[in-house]
Design a binder for this molecule. Structure first.
Ligand SMILES: [Zn+2]
Length: 384
């Protein structure tokens, strides 16, 4: 991975490049990444730059023996720790996932999400980094680097370590070997032991400013800036999500589906049963059931954003919301049924639906039946 391929501000890249030029590379660093920003890609580019045999002022050469190995994620001094699913028999360890890890990271150029990874390895339960992985890492670190001046360790999502594993890692961070660079790439430092945090140098990777987001997205997915801005509203300016969903997310039908979903959910709980138009419910569910999985996930994300807007509409920050042209009227009349409490609960339902669809491959029609009933129940609370 080259710095030029990583979409973060030049300022952040310069800071890292300067640590190399000034020979001040800290042995333990934490890249704190806001959702959707390429922390893993940046960590890879940084390691590749340090190890490059012919670096320029601003980037690795991309061609030397070291760079070629980094490009393929097979450099002998580059080690990865990432969360994975421990099978019931305990037979699968981190090493058994390594080839899948390399494939996905290469394919996505280091911009991967937890959901994508879980889906890629067909995980059925939650992913973690275990104590034995830290034990393995420690034994690897006891040998000398093979080819580079440094040994590199990238720990993706250290918040997924359990406490025993984290305590074990702590010792390694406390007793640095001058030739080891450990980079922890985290999306949520709230879940990391404070003792680990205090032993790392933290680099925050913030979201791109709106205008930069718009120009980047329109260039990378080849659309005009108005469409890129719309994608921003829908994805909450989450770059990774925007690039993943592409222009398809701006699906005019999503608005209609959302309005219908909320009207039907409301009717199921508010209107006397004999007056409910069950045919309309069935039609809506059938339409959803026929959608491709990817389109459904996009629709759910769109709905999440609409609920978020409803919640904001009920606060002092309402003036800051930017609406797509057709949304404003409906959201203003609908937002009184969504407050901060049930709004959060509805977002959890939609979030779970995304997860059930991506990780567990749930039946779409069944899933939307459940979503409809659960949301209806929550909307009723407002009227009571
Ligand atoms: Zn090179």
């Amino acid at each position: 991975m080259l710095f030029s391929e990583v979409i973060v501000s030049q300022h952040v890249k310069n800071m890292l490049i300067n640590t190399v030029k000034n020979k001040r590379v800290s042995h333990a660093q934490m890249f704190l990444c806001q959702a959707g920003m390429p922390g893993l890609a940046l960590a890879l580019a940084y390691c590749q730059y340090i190890s490059c045999q012919n670096p320029s002022e601003t980037d690795a050469c991309g061609e030397c023996a070291s760079c070629v190995k980094f490009n393929n994620l097979v450099h002998a001094d580059m080690h990865f720790l990432f969360p994975y699913e421990n099978s019931a028999t305990g037979k699968r360890n981190m090493a058994s996932y390594l080839s899948q890890w390399r494939e996905l990271v290469k394919e996505k150029k280091g911009m991967i999400t937890q959901y994508q990874w879980a889906e890629y390895i067909k995980a059925e339960k939650s992913l973690a980094i275990y104590e034995r992985d830290i034990t393995d890492l420690i034994s690897v670190l006891q040998s000398k680097p093979y080819e580079s001046e440094y040994r590199f360790v990238i720990i993706w999502l250290p918040e997924r370590m359990n406490e025993t594993a984290a305590n074990k890692l702590l010792k390694t961070l406390e007793e640095p070997d001058g030739k080891t660079l450990i980079i922890l790439v985290s999306e949520n430092t709230d879940k990391i032991l404070p003792t680990i945090l205090s032993r790392t140098q933290i680099l925050k990777i913030n979201k791109l400013p709106v205008e930069e987001f718009v120009s980047t997205v329109s260039e990378l997915i080849g659309c005009d800036s108005e469409k890129a801005r719309m994608i921003g509203y829908i994805t909450d300016f989450n770059l990774q999500q925007a690039l993943e969903m592409g222009v398809n997310v701006v699906d005019a039908d999503n608005y209609e589906y959302f309005v219908n979903m909320m009207r039907l959910a409301y009717a199921l709980y508010y209107i006397p049963a004999h007056k409910v138009d069950f045919k309309a419910v069935e039609t809506w569910l059938t339409t959803m059931g026929k959608m491709e999985k990817e389109a459904c996930v996009n629709y759910l994300k769109y709905s999440l954003n609409m609920i978020r807007k409803c919640m904001v509409l009920n606060t002092d920050a309402a003036a800051m919301i930017q609406f797509a042209s057709n949304e404003e009227k409906f959201l203003k009349s609908f937002s009184p049924f969504v407050n901060l409490d049930n709004g959060r609960a509805i977002m959890n339902i939609l979030d779970d639906a995304v997860k059930n669809m991506t990780v567990y491959n749930a039946d779409i029609k069944m899933l939307f039946t459940d979503v409809l009933l659960q949301i209806g129940k929550l909307l009723v609370k407002k009227g009571q």
